[in-house]
Design a protein around this ligand. Structure first.
Ligand SMILES: C[S@@+](CC[C@H](N)C(=O)[O-])C[C@H]1O[C@@H](n2cnc3c(N)ncnc32)[C@H](O)[C@@H]1O
Length: 219
């Protein structure tokens, strides 16, 4: 009997051999597919589909509730943020709405003497960013499942943020109340209302947005 293509590696060939032998011992025609099927429990595909659907539903639900999906900063935006943060920083940097950790991880890598805290409420991106720490160790990075509006900003040196206009309207007064003079605030796409940026960096169009600016403020 010719060897089916899916059995042409040493491991899979061994399975084929065992399956064939087991069947021929019982005097039946070898059917490796049937013999292998007990290795995958019937309920496993349903469980995986269920988990996937729940994860998608959670991302959609929190996207609607929070007013923004966990869309990551573009590579260009991440590089710009990294260039705007002073090299010698050894204080505290917060990422308000840290999503999948797209910005928080590179910041933690580039500034090992600083302490980086990310705030994220949506469970799936937050869980992903936490699990990532099992493979990418950043001892100076803490990822909290907490609202940005409950973050204590009184000891922060740099704020990085990529939220939406309504959140920025709410954050403006919080910044004015809590941030120390000299704190650097970097906002992706949405400005802090009524604040005059020290600099606006135009990143140009990306495939997801028509235009993309980074606003730089010094409190
Ligand atoms: C556009 S993403 C930015 C992600 C990341 N900072 C980046 O630049 O790649 C905004 C994130 O903020 C989160 N978010 C929105 N409102 C929030 C809130 N009140 N508290 C915590 N996270 C929030 C969203 O769930 C989303 O993941």
């Amino acid at each position: 009997m010719p060897l089916p293509p899916q059995y042409r590696t040493p491991t899979t060939y061994r399975r084929f051999y065992i399956a064939t032998k087991a069947t021929s011992r019982r005097g039946g025609f070898p059917n490796p597919t049937l013999e292998l099927s007990p290795m995958i429990p019937d309920w496993l595909p349903y469980l995986l589909n269920g988990i996937l659907l729940l994860a998608i539903a959670s991302i959609i639900y929190y996207g609607i509730r929070l007013g923004i999906t966990p869309m990551p900063s573009s590579r260009k935006a991440v590089a710009t943020f990294l260039n705007l943060i002073p090299d010698a920083i050894d204080g505290k940097i917060v990422d308000l709405g840290s999503g999948w950790g797209t910005l928080a991880y590179p910041i933690a890598k580039r500034f090992p003497d600083a302490s980086i805290v990310g705030y994220e409420l949506s469970p799936i991106p937050w869980l992903y960013s936490r699990l990532k720490s099992l493979f990418v160790r950043r001892p100076n990075l803490t990822l909290r499942r907490q609202s940005v509006f409950d973050a204590d900003l009184s000891d922060v040196d740099v704020v990085v943020v990529y939220l939406h206009p309504a959140a920025m309207r709410k954050l403006g007064p919080k910044f004015e109340q809590e941030l120390r003079p000299g704190t650097l605030v970097l906002s992706n796409t949405f400005p802090v209302p009524k604040w005059e940026p020290a600099q606006t960096i135009h990143l140009g169009k990306s495939w997801l947005s028509t235009s993309n600016d980074i606003y730089v403020y010094h409190v």
